[in-house]
Design a protein around this ligand. Sequence first.
Ligand SMILES: [Mg+2]
Length: 324
Amino acid sequence: MLLLPSAARAALLGLAVGDALGVPVEFRSREERHRDPVTGMRAHGTHDQPAGTWSDDASLTFCLAETLALPQGLAQGPDLADFARRCVNWLDGAYWTATGVTFDVGNATRTAIGRLRRGTAPTEAGPRTELDNGNGALMRILPLAFHQTWRAGQLDLDAAWALTAAVAGVTHGHPRSTLGCFLYLLVARGLLAGLGPAAACAQMVAAANPWLRGGSGAAAAEELHYRRVLDGTLAALPVAQIQSSGYVVHTLEAALWCLLNHPDYAATVLAAVNLGSDTDTTGAVAGGLAALAYGEAGLPKPWLGALARRADIEALANRLAAMA
Ligand SMILES: [Mg+2]
């Protein structure tokens, strides 16, 4: 079992570092990364930002962490109206941005925030067609691993699904997105309990398969899309079969593949970023898990030294852990 404040700091910092490593090369190809691999924090590039600048992935993760750090935020709710206000404030007011500039906004997230701004209920805001399955909920869901429902000694999978669907649905309302978040949080739960990556993924597979077969219509109908995650074959696939687009299934597969095939935090996140394409989000999603696996001490000091608003992130993690 990881010590909670340290695990919370690791999760938030590790996700932000992965995001920041990917920001300068977002949308660039895997071939380009073969010629010129990312090995540390860079400045400029795709979004022309200073080194250590994280993007929407970390910003919206921090918005959710703030909501969960409210009194009772980890025991009840969470307060989706509060989270919605923070999302609107991020897009309109640069709240929880690295450098005072909001950049890199996904389509479904932009649509959802537009609806929230016009008064749509948070439970109705996330677009929910099959084409709305970008990785924008997966990239920000990690703080939910610290919620009482997800940390219970005996996990109630139905309750965990309902909670995850509600929080994901503020920006992404399709069950495929929820299932990606749900499988990701199952792995995070195992890592928080002290399991290594392989054991945590095996526990996720063992828990999810019988539950999916047992019913819950919306989740079960999406199972086939995560076949390579759920049949335990993902880690052994060659890298050429691992895609790294902005599709939620690709992002979960890529993050777990990197986690399962690398021995430490740095190697895992660099592998994720060097897959190319949606580098910052793949880096963030892989980075959050790798940080839980290898702990706060596993985060390279030079990267933390370059990270924008490190002290603010640590303070938020400490407030979150204090509520747990
Ligand atoms: Mg981003």
